[in-house]
Write a new protein. Sequence first.
Length: 114
Amino acid sequence: MASDQEFVRFVCEQLRGAGEISSRRMFGEAAVYLEDKVIGLVCDNQFFLKPTEAGRAMIGVPTEAPPFPGASGWFLMSDLDDPEFIAELARATFLALPAAKSKPKRKLAKRKSV
């Protein structure tokens, strides 16, 4: 089941206090970015936060569930009603994740003269 764009916007709005939040649709679902790092996923109209020790320390005992079949457990964030806490949690997750990998620039193939 694909997530509603309205729910994706709601999640992003709740996270705005963390910094530059954006989302990108993928396969009917959405990846949620803080600056250049994926910090979460919206799948089946549920928000999943990438698991980190920093996030676990803030949440205590998180509910973990796979965002899609075959995935490992992510933190299922069922309560999004406290934007300050969610933004602080997103920022802690962002800081705990490794730097985003830069994509190599593609070289254009040279055309052969005929």
